[in-house]
Write a protein that binds this ligand. Structure first.
Ligand code: R2B
Ligand code: URA
Length: 312
């Protein structure tokens, strides 16, 4: 049904490559509580062009309210219902062509959400989709509050790959992101002089504590010097921030023919410490920064041309 066109002027469809899907009479997206038999997915989501994903349900609701305001699409009753009704696994909000979805913490949570999101976009016959992860991260050698546009999502050995165990065997997938989209987001960053936006590699880990070389977890088998050496070597290979979802996110977008980017604000400098102790109001200000860049991108960048989608 959906082809994976990538030529210029050719529509680029979302491509869930699983051959078994074709033989399923219906598909229930369990963690979204949405299904092909129970919901008219093309009617609900067929106009989606931009999907923003982020860890927290609250932040993703704030994002849709913010974007609605920026695009002049404020809902008449001021309400933004959660489209994943009666499940608290993930939250999903929509305004015009923009969908906002939470993904929780870590690779497994992101992976489950992405399987269902990719299928949903395919069932809704969406094309020319852009998906951006808006998140928080620990910076390396950066002033807290800096926004990092991910150049390459790398694993804990600084390789641009994601390893998944399938049928008990390792399967390695590439994590390339869309370079043009990253450049456009970086350009948007230049419009915001109150904080810095840079491009660099993002290291994705399976854990917040030992996985990110922290000294303040419940367990720790290495010294402060070991930690510093590891973070220094990460920096040397181009890593500028650390978070917990980028590699699987990038790998799954690549497999399904979706243009994708990762945009994370840093909430501390890991060369200076491990604990995230910035005041709550500063944190809230910081976490709005990736949203602000996305808002600007939607209004101004060549990939977005939101005006075209709004007048469809
Ligand atoms: C960044 O922040 C979260 C951990 O605190 C995690 O989801 C991530 O990638
Ligand atoms: N999120 C992470 O994964 N690591 C940090 O240090 C901060 C936020």
């Amino acid at each position: 049904m959906c082809s994976a066109g990538t030529e210029k002027n050719e529509e680029r469809y979302v491509h869930a490559t699983n051959p078994h899907l074709e033989y399923m009479k219906e598909d229930f997206l369990y963690h979204f509580n949405l299904g092909t038999a129970t919901h008219d997915l093309p009617a609900m989501f067929g106009d989606v062009k931009f999907v923003c994903v982020g860890g927290s349900p609250w932040r993703m609701k704030e994002f849709i309210k913010y974007i609605a305001g920026e695009l002049g699409l404020v809902s008449p009753d001021g309400e933004y219902p959660n489209l994943c009704e009666e499940t608290d696994r993930y939250a999903m909000y929509k305004i015009g062509p923009v969908l906002s979805v939470s993904h929780g913490i870590g690779v497994p949570s992101m992976s489950v959400m992405m399987h269902e999101l990719i299928k949903l976009l395919q069932y809704a016959q969406c094309s020319d989709i852009i998906v951006v992860r808006l998140g928080t991260s620990g910076g390396i050698g950066l002033k807290p509050g800096t926004v990092v546009v991910t150049k390459q999502a790398v694993d804990t050995m600084f390789r641009p790959q994601f390893e998944q165990r399938i049928l008990g065997k390792p399967v390695v997938r590439g994590t390339e992101l869309d370079a043009d989209l990253a450049d456009e987001l970086l350009e948007c960053g230049k419009e915001h002089s109150e904080f810095e936006t840079i491009i660099g590699n993002t290291m994705c880990t399976m854990d917040f504590y030992e996985g990110q070389a922290r000294l303040d977890g419940a367990f720790c088998s290495y010294t402060e010097e070991d930690k510093q050496k590891y973070l220094d070597s990460a920096y040397t290979t181009g890593v500028r921030n650390i978070e917990m979802e980028s590699t699987v996110f990038a790998a799954m977008c690549k497999l399904s023919n979706i243009r994708a980017a990762v945009l994370c604000v840093t909430v501390l400098d890991r060369l200076k410490g491990d604990q995230v102790t910035i005041p709550r109001d500063v944190f809230k200000r910081f976490e709005q920064r990736p949203q602000n860049l996305m808002g600007l991108h939607l209004q101004t960048s060549p990939s977005s041309d939101i005006g075209v989608f709004l007048s469809l």
